[in-house]
Design a protein around this ligand. Structure first.
Ligand code: PMP
Length: 355
């Protein structure tokens, strides 16, 4: 090994779901929204002046933090924005988890958490989920350097109650507790209502799922002003201009149309519930998802085989070759038409594999 090679930071990177681009594909593998963003986004797009791109964007991202503050009825100083919630979460890890004590998150959860912990050299422990995939609150009552809970959790889709989160918050007032609400709009209960009570709570959200803007990369955190200031100090210490002008203009525009947002979310929820029924009839079991995906296992046919067969038909779902979950498929909820095509193909595959 060369001398300089010894000093390269070794990391095992997060592997994002594949992004195929085939004309007739059904893409149910990365939890994107199948519907276009609100029409206000197109309007803002058309009004956008490319000439303005010669100037740096506003480093405070004022138009977006302001719009989010109005939307959630908090102050602008309580909102941090970033390049997707991945950027927001990474900044939060870097800002808050410096005690040297292990941070805690479940063994089955968003698989980026341990990647960031490794990258930033933060020790961590991953208490096992219960058999039914719910989180055991008591596992988080021990000394720790911080807590991260995705609620609803990914890839299970399961939601924990606000009472559950309060139990964890009550017992952990000396560390930062991050609640990752990437999927909360699809039927979950937001922890935002707990913010006035817990100054150590940080709620992280994204425009990638319920707002149909995965391609724009916008995420945000809401918390008390001291937490947000600390995150901004860290942000300004590595890249002051994370939010580009297009994201700021289009991101602020998407918040203008609440009716469209509600309608899209309701459509996805209705399709999810219908898909659950159809999957049960085909012999699948799954936790009761409150997200825009279903985490399903078949009683007879292996998840990996189904995944591969679907892929041959240009139908993409997500499969994780990991302990405890390697017989599950994570199926994003698409349009009704997409789900019909998926279900028909699924039935064909199951019939073909015989009993
Ligand atoms: N949190 C969870 C639980 C997720 O599943 C995702 C999506 N991969 C993210 C955060 C990050 O989403 P984004 O960076 O697109 O906001």
């Amino acid at each position: 090994m060369k001398e300089w090679e010894k000093n390269i930071r070794k990391v095992e990177p997060y592997v994002p779901g594949e992004q195929p681009n085939k004309p007739d594909m059904v893409k149910l593998n990365t939890n994107e929204n199948p519907y276009p963003p609100a029409p206000e986004v197109e309007r803002a797009w058309k009004q956008f002046s490319p000439d303005s791109l010669k100037l740096y964007p506003d480093p405070t991202a004022n138009v977006l933090t302001g719009a989010l503050a109005d939307y959630h009825k908090v102050t602008k100083e309580q909102v941090f924005v970033g390049v997707g919630s991945d950027d927001v979460l990474a900044t939060a890890f870097l800002t808050f988890f410096n005690s040297g004590r292990p941070i805690l998150f479940p063994d089955i959860t968003y698989s980026f958490y341990d990647v960031w912990a490794n990258l930033f050299q933060i020790p961590y422990r991953r208490p096992a989920l219960k058999e039914d995939f719910h989180i055991r609150a008591e596992d988080y009552f021990t000394e720790n350097g911080g807590i991260v809970i995705a609620n609803p959790n990914a890839p299970t889709g399961l939601m924990e109650s606000l009472d559950f989160l309060e139990q964890i918050l009550e017992k952990n007032q000396d560390v930062i507790v991050i609640v990752d609400e990437a999927y909360v709009d699809f039927g979950g209960e937001s922890a935002l209502s707990l913010l006035p009570k817990y100054e150590n709570l940080l709620v992280v959200r994204t425009f990638s799922k319920s707002r149909s803007l995965a391609g724009l990369r916008i995420g945000y955190a809401v918390g008390n002003e001291a937490l947000i200031k600390a995150m901004n100090d860290v942000k300004y210490s590595y890249n002051s201009y994370t939010m580009n002008r297009t994201s700021l203009a289009l991101g602020a525009a998407v918040l203008e149309n609440e009716a469209y947002f509600q309608e899209t979310v309701q459509k996805i929820i209705a399709t999810r519930e219908r898909t659950k029924k159809a999957l049960s009839e085909l012999g699948f079991t799954f936790p009761d998802s409150k997200a825009n995906f279903i985490f399903a296992s078949h009683k007879r046919v292996k998840a990996k085989d189904i995944f591969e067969e679907l892929r041959k038909e240009n139908i993409y779902v997500r499969y994780f070759e990991k302990p405890k979950i390697d017989n599950y498929l994570r199926i994003t909820i698409g349009t009704d038409r997409e789900m019909d095509r998926f279900l028909a193909k699924l039935k064909e595959i199951l019939d073909r594999t015989g009993i």
